[in-house]
Design a protein around this ligand. Structure first.
Ligand SMILES: Nc1ncnc2c1ncn2[C@@H]1O[C@H](COP(=O)(O)OP(=O)(O)OP(=O)(O)O)[C@@H](O)[C@H]1O
Ligand SMILES: [Mg+2]
Length: 1056
């Protein structure tokens, strides 16, 4: 592809371009990271400002702020700082030694060793001045320290040491301490801003960021503390950025070039120059990274055109739509990098599932490390609210829909929403999908209304009513039909294959007869000829079979392998044995019998009944070609890049519902992904009786995307109205009306609500909230008094802060209040009951015998809990013996208590497998239950924090949330913090000696591959990159805290 000569240019939009009204700014006490830390009663390891809403996808991840919890480091810095300021006359180098030498924890100690060792090596090249430094060096003259030791250091550290060395040489030869101070000061400036450090030109051109304080004393204090902080920073970031690959001078050069290019790009944006940089305004290193990490040599024509769109150059919002596998991600990623590197703004990416978020974090961490931005995960119970404000590096937040919403709320509340330069929404059609769609709509509407500066980009393969979405998002639209790998769509009726062709009257045209020879037995077992369809492609190519139900997935996998020839067993036999071994270790010695039977043939099933660990192992084995058939549910339908020469849709149903066009397109679109497959086809198996429905499906357009705010009443419009007042985005009836006109519901109001106007709906909603005791104020007709202010009550605030579904907030309040009268604390059973998510009770039907057995195992005090919450023993006994029951008992409470039993057993045993067996539930369900409970417990915590009467719950809930979040052995937690490292992998790593995050961040991927079974090179690299990123993020966070602590207040009494 030709390099773009006219690079994309962006201007900030004029206010008339995007008519957004901004809510009157209300002063909100923005809490600093430090303040937040101090306010948290949790102490070490306490969950941070926590996730407030459940992700709709299960996961076992959680937040673990071990780094934050470590106050001792700060205390040591304070201490050292104090000593330093007492007048020790040391130069820049010595200051570094003092700080580093006093730090005890391993990471810092290690850094110290590196520091002295490298400096020692460097001295060899130096002249006299440097030798003087060497004399006082305790490690002086160590013969083992050679040039190769230098090569092993990350380039960032090399530069640091070289500068240090130069500096010390200069300061030794200089007699004037004043002059020395200035040089050290200018050096610390350079270190503090890596861009200016590398990009000398920029540094020269930039005005000095010196403190302007006129008091010479405070100037001196400031300088010294800055230099100290800089050493600390270098020590920590050096370790965080430690490269495992050998780093040469060439690498240093490359980094310098990169910084220079970023600098040029930034300058070009500022000066509105047309030519912004070699690769869409980005450094050429970005292009190299796409080549190395993604195998992308050139952009597709449409990708280039899209990036060059006038609307993008003007920073307008944009929706773009291409078929599945069209390469939409790359365009979004380039725009994201432009925002992070050139415009220096934070970016939020919203993705539909936890697993996809983790995949993206892993995939983009290497970019972050190479290009100097942070990648932060917001999924499950990970993510800080509000996010830490970074001074230098920009953050890329990768979030699920729910966590994205919580993040945006926290940014609005702290008046930082303008820091968000760009929001990217993948799978934008999710706007039309139930409560998640409602939450996505609420999030986007809030951004549109509160920030004029945030650009929104949405993409999807399956959009129809784009006009509505454009209106809602005030966005331009780009569409193209390009698909790099042609997708051929077929349907099969009896033994005939037809090509899907919407131009024909039928919707399909004869293609061929299926070639197979079935015995009568086989015909009975496989009337749909799945085996024939599968064996046409495997084992050379892979095949996904989408099935309507989970049970069906397992049945199909079993059936296919039963009739496959023995030869299929030979293909990759050893790898398949390894996979079974791996699954056995995941399952603490047990493997699902179906998988044990199917895997030797290269076949497995995949659905939400599996644990996350199992799913991941199976996906990896499938990607590597060890497995060649997956029988799966729609969980694998959106956004995933797995190899599939052929996709078979086993029936035109999802559960009991007939397939929708969007679902069909998404499933079929998994076939033939560029870079993985060179061809792709889908075959939909159709019974004669469904033929007409399928014809309609072929001819029908994609489904429209409709607002779900009304349908999802309590999670939709009511929750929105409450948070609008709570966040002070809109506090009068009139303002709320104005806001609501900017939602998708506002755009579609006439279509979606024929009987009532939007204003009436809003009025009813606000009245309802007042009735429920969540809002205070008076609502009157639009023309009368619509300017009177609404306020949020403490219960309302607790509800919105805790992201509690409005359907449950009053029950929750009552339950907690009742708990205050007599909380049984003999065990955590009672507290667990309060933390059992209300919305899961409908998915559970108790086995009464198990219920009774569990009840009988409780102590007398625990049995009292059942009575207190409203589950009488007589009720369980009667149910178990099948007797009729007259007593009026609340089913929801009984079911909820049953789920509490499951959680109780899980916390005791920490073994999902044995617990799911005990309760006869699928292990995927059990895993989902515990992660939902962890999320709900943290929501409860936030709810209680807002209501003084519930103070006593706070300490209890912090501990319980931690237990629920990490239902694994404590030692595995630091490893499981790394995106995508699940329990099984964490165990392997731990047993191989990788016990901390720093171990992983500094690991050599090649060694990892050698030491850890079933770990590919790509996975090893991703684990190391993600660990590096996390460590770097934590180090940055700590630096922020140090900065905050050491900042000299401007309002010290008596100084003015
Ligand atoms: N310019 C390119 N050259 C080579 N391969 C590319 C290019 N752009 C994208 N790809 C590859 O194409 C595949 C599909 O891309 P991507 O995942 O972005 O599709 P998509 O449009 O998001 O599809 P879906 O709607 O199914 O999510 C990926 O494997 C990606 O690496
Ligand atoms: Mg995609």
């Amino acid at each position: 592809m030709a390099e773009p000569r006219l690079a994309v240019r962006r201007k900030s939009r004029s206010s008339s371009e995007r008519k957004r009204s901004r809510a009157p700014a209300q002063p909100v006490a923005a809490s600093s990271p430090v303040a937040r830390k101090r306010a948290s009663p949790g102490g070490e390891g306490a969950p941070a400002e926590a996730p407030c809403s459940n992700d709709s996808e299960e996961d076992l991840f959680g937040d673990y702020d071990s780094f934050y919890g470590n106050d001792s480091l700060i205390a040591q810095v304070d201490d050292t700082e104090h000593k330093y300021l007492q007048g020790k006359d040391v130069d820049g180098t010595a200051a570094g030694e003092i700080v580093l030498g006093n730090l005890q924890p391993g990471v810092h100690q290690k850094e110290q060793d590196n520091f002295s060792a490298s400096r020692n090596v460097l001295k060899g090249d130096r002249e006299e001045g440097a030798c003087q430094v060497c004399d006082s060096d305790p490690a002086g003259g160590n013969p083992e320290l050679t040039e190769s030791a230098l090569d092993d250091l990350p380039s960032s550290q090399l530069l640091y040491f070289e500068k240090m060395d130069e500096l010390s040489a200069v300061s030794r030869t200089s007699a004037l301490s004043k002059g020395r101070d200035e040089r050290v000061n200018s050096f610390s400036d350079k270190i503090r801003d890596p861009l200016t450090f590398y990009a000398g030109a920029e540094h020269r051109n930039r005005p000095e960021h010196r403190p302007t304080d006129s008091s010479s004393h405070s100037k001196c204090v400031l300088f010294k503390s800055e230099s100290l902080k800089d050493h600390l920073k270098s020590a920590m970031t050096g370790n965080a950025r430690a490269q495992t690959l050998q780093v040469s001078k060439t690498k240093q050069l490359q980094e310098a070039v990169l910084s220079e290019e970023i600098f040029v790009a930034r300058k070009a944006i500022e000066s509105s120059s047309l030519d912004r940089g070699p690769f869409y305004g980005l450094p050429s290193k970005v292009k190299d990274l796409f080549r190395q990490l993604r195998g992308i040599e050139t952009l597709y024509e449409w990708q280039h055109d899209c990036l060059m769109l006038e609307s993008l150059q003007q920073r307008k919002n944009l929706i773009y739509s291409l078929p599945t596998g069209g390469g939409k991600t790359l365009v979004a990623e380039i725009i994201i990098l432009q925002e992070l590197l050139c415009r220096q703004k934070d970016v939020l990416v919203i993705l539909p599932y936890v697993a996809i978020v983790q995949e993206k974090v892993r995939g983009l961490s290497s970019f972050g490390i190479e290009l100097g931005f942070l990648v932060e995960e917001y999924a499950g119970s990970k993510g800080r609210f509000p996010p830490i404000k970074r001074r230098v590096k920009k953050s890329l937040y990768i979030a699920t829909i729910e966590k994205g919403h919580a993040l945006v709320n926290s940014l609005i509340e702290t008046e930082r929403i303008d820091d968000l330069g760009l929001v990217v929404v993948d799978e934008l059609h999710m706007l039309g999908e139930g409560s998640r769609g409602a939450v996505l709509e609420i999030t986007l509407a809030k951004i549109l209304y509160t920030s004029k500066k945030t650009q929104i980009i949405g993409m999807s393969a399956t959009l129809n009513n784009v006009g509505d979405l454009q209106k809602f998002l005030q966005a331009e639209y780009y569409a193209n039909n390009f698909r790099p790998v042609e997708l051929k769509e077929y349907i099969k009726i009896r033994d005939t294959i037809y090509a899907v062709d919407s131009k024909t009257e039928n919707g399909f045209a004869f293609s061929r007869l299926l070639n197979f020879k079935y015995s009568s037995n086989l015909e009975k077992a496989d009337p749909d000829h799945i085996i024939a369809l599968v064996t046409e492609v495997i084992p050379k190519y892979s095949c996904l079979i989408f099935c309507p139900t989970k049970k069906n997935c397992e049945n199909v996998a079993s059936m296919v392998c039963k009739y496959l020839k023995k030869e299929f067993r030979v293909h990759k036999e050893k790898e398949k044995e390894d996979l079974i071994k791996n699954l056995k270790s995941i399952g603490n010695g047990t493997v699902c019998p179906v998988l044990k039977q199917t895997i030797p043939f290269g076949i497995a099933y995949h659905h939400s009944g599996l644990t996350n660990d199992e799913r991941k192992s199976i996906e990896e084995a499938y990607s590597a070609g060890v497995l060649c058939v997956l029988a799966c549910t729609a969980t694998l339908a959106a956004g995933v890049n797995l190899p599939a020469r052929r996709v078979i849709l086993r029936a035109p149903y999802v559960g009991n519902d007939f397939l929708k066009k969007n679902q069909y397109k998404q499933m079929a679109g998994r076939a033939g992904r560029a870079g993985i497959d060179s061809a792709g086809e889908s075959i939909l198996i159709v019974q004669e009786k469904d033929k007409h429905l399928v014809q309609d499906l072929v001819h029908s357009p994609l489904e429209n995307c409709y607002s779900n705010l009304l349908q999802e009443l309590t999670k939709g419009i009511q929750s929105l109205l409450l948070s609008l007042v709570g966040l002070k985005i809109a506090v009068t009836h009139e303002e709320v009306d104005n806001f609501m006109c900017c939602t998708l519901l506002g755009v579609q109001q006439q279509l979606l609500s024929k009987e009532k106007s939007l204003s009436e709906i809003i009025k009813d909603g606000l009245e309802n909230l007042i009735e429920k005791g969540l809002l205070k104020g008076r609502i009157s007709e639009k023309d009368h008094n619509s300017k009177s202010t609404l306020t949020i009550t403490p219960l309302g605030k607790a509800t919105y802060k805790g992201s509690i579904d409005l359907a449950y907030c009053n029950i929750l309040y009552r339950d907690l209040k009742k708990g205050l009268e007599g909380l049984v604390l003999e065990s955590n059973l009672h507290l667990l009951y309060l933390s059992t998510p209300y919305d899961m009770t409908s998915t559970c039907s108790p086995d009464w015998m198990i219920y009774l057995r569990q009840f009988n195992q409780l102590s007398a005090a625990e049995q009292k809990v059942a009575d207190i919450v409203g589950v009488p023993e007589s009720f369980i006994t009667k149910k178990a013996s099948g007797q009729a029951i007259r007593k009026n008992v609340d089913d929801a409470v009984v079911n909820r208590f049953y789920l509490t039993f499951v959680l109780y057993a899980l916390l005791k045993e920490t073994n999902i497998w044995s617990v799911s067996e005990k309760f006869n539930l699928s292990r995927g369900y059990v895993q989902n239950l515990i992660s939902s409970a962890a999320s709900f417990a943290s929501c409860l915590l936030h709810f209680c924090e807002e209501l003084e009467e519930f103070w006593v719950y706070k300490a209890l809930l912090i501990e319980l949330t931690k237990q629920l979040t990490y239902c694994v052995k404590t030692e595995l937690i630091p490893l499981m913090e790394v995106a995508g490292v699940l329990e099984a992998r964490a165990k392997q790593l731990y047993n191989a000696g990788y016990k901390t995050l720093a171990h992983l961040a500094n690991a050599n991927p090649e060694t990892l591959v050698r030491m850890i079974e079933h770990l590919s090179r790509r996975q090893a690299k991703q684990i190391v990159s993600s660990a590096k990123m996390l460590l770097s993020e934590k180090a940055e966070a700590l630096q922020e805290e140090v900065e905050e602590l050491l900042k000299v207040p401007t309002d010290i009494p008596g100084t003015h």
